[in-house]
Write a protein that binds this ligand. Sequence first.
Ligand code: SF4
Length: 446
Amino acid sequence: MALSGLEIYKQLPKTNCKDCGFPTCLAFAMKMATKQVSLDACPHVTDEGKAALESASRPPIQLVTIGTDEHEIKIGNETQLFRHEEKFHRPTAIAVTVSDTLDEAAIAERAETIGKLVMERVGTQVSVDLVAVDNQSGDPARFASAAKLAAEKSGLPCVLMSATAANLKKAAEAVSGQKPLLYISDPAEAEDAARVAKDEGCPLAVRADGLEALAELTPKITSAGVEEIVLDPGTRGLKPTLEALTTIRRLSLKNFRPLGYPTIAFTAEEDPTMQAVEASTYVAKYAGIVVTDAAEPWQLLPVLATRQDIYTDPQKPVAVEPKLYEVGEVSADSPVLVTTNFSLSYYSVEGEVEASRVPAYILSVDTEGTSVLTAWASDKFNAETISQALKKSEIEGKLSHKKLLLPGFVAVLSAGVEDESGWSVLIGPKEASGLPSYLKNQWKAV
Ligand code: SF4
């Protein structure tokens, strides 16, 4: 949490010695509050003052790292309750379960499937992050061998889930050096699990029944030397979990230290569609990790799409390069579709053109990454910008016609574009989903 200048000033020597290059301690404190100078510049601050400032400036939600090297996942360190106030920083990690009650071949097959859950959305790859190995057997040897196999076959960092600290130790040793997240489901075993986490250098997820119990538990975990903690409030089901996740986020942002950690949530729905709905809800509302049995791409794509949307910086729309794109084997007779350079708009159009199997040009106009209607409303998608983009693309020399297709929502621009560019304007469907039918049936007719 950012400290104010006065809060910093209280911890300084207040001698105004000027050794830091500032005329007074207060001036130094004010600069430090805006992060223009670091505490190191004051050689006289006491160890006590330093410790107090470091502790107070710790982020309200602890940063937790799971895995190593290129598979490293970081969660926590969030600073906002609402995305539009700044942005959310650390995307929710999605973990898919593997039970250690499965036989070896089934564990290997499921882990491999989980590792390959990589999908493309708006030009970006989205994927599952973690494999969650569940010690449903209760057997330590079985758990350890399932952990090793799942890590190897999925290529992902693990969440190791057990009710027993001793079993967690066995499994953690089996994937030693890979920094799995240890999850202890029995609160009575949490302190023993903390000792395992400390020995193995792993973060620890703890469960307690309710937030009060959780707030009492976390100081015991930190006393055992584990700082990287993940919280499970013990709720299952959409409503209570959503309430608990929201309360934890609110309290942590108020600097309530015992709950200042990222959270883990579990889908409990049995209906496959509802599993996706439940997981997406937890992504939208504050879960650091969502653990789910859902392993079908159709279930996970909406979850990953929600994550991509929520964790996109709202101040910086995701844009594609504004230029002329060719989809398929274009020819002089191919249609020309005009859209903006907002990623979602562009890729929606591109996906539908591909689906239509009608080769086409897509002219992406520079609207600073805003969508068709937003760009039209802010006058970035108008007759002039469309005409300029057409000219710059030099498409005219590639075609036997001078017809372009405008999105149906901005039909109002057609006369202006015709006047400004000299091209004939056709009005396409309002939604990109209408393009395949339009291109196959109507385009040929004009
Ligand atoms: S060096 Fe430290 S004690 Fe001296 S003026 Fe700067 S902040 Fe104050």
